[in-house]
Design a protein around this ligand. Sequence first.
Ligand code: GLN
Length: 207
Amino acid sequence: MIDGGSERSDAADLLIGVLALQGDFAEHLTILESCGYRGVAVRSNDALERAGALIIPGGESTTMLKLIERFDMRETIQKRILGGMPVFGTCAGAIVLAERVSDGEPPLGVLPLDIERNAYGRQVDSFESEIDVPELGFAVRGVFIRAPVIKRLGAEMQPLAWWRDSPVLARGASSLVSTFHPEIAGEFRLHRYFVEDVCAASLQTAT
Ligand code: GLN
């Protein structure tokens, strides 16, 4: 368990790529910078190869997946993630990573989760709610914008927070996904958790 405090592990020196083809990548880069981490915008396979971890931002998953295809990055991203590179997907980023998605472009299929896009319907298209993350000992402001719902989470992934009985934050051995946008809420503790816990754990298993 971490407290979102100032502990730093070796993972704090990782170069953290933020997929910057579409969506709110700038917000992620700002948060990484404010935590003192090394973030870099990733728009090519070369840039991805230099990164030690990857964040896939919120935005529009169909557009992002089309651009991943157009920039010829699909295979490289898949290989790196399946090879153990830690990844954090927020909202559209979680959709991009999923195994199965209700509609839209075929996702990367690298994380054991099925997801339904735009699943909250029109009335609550976008909303905010305080989300308790008991495992981490704090609550975050969940900003949900045309958010997806996780319909199935593989046994390898641990749900860390729920909203109305669906997991909205989940962690795998070297992955983290949220269906909301910490980056838009200026919430940095989940980025810290990603680096100091998820990335750190995967560095340890790699050595
Ligand atoms: N509705 C978007 C999609 O399907 C995701 C929303 C978001 O990232 N805010 O890609």
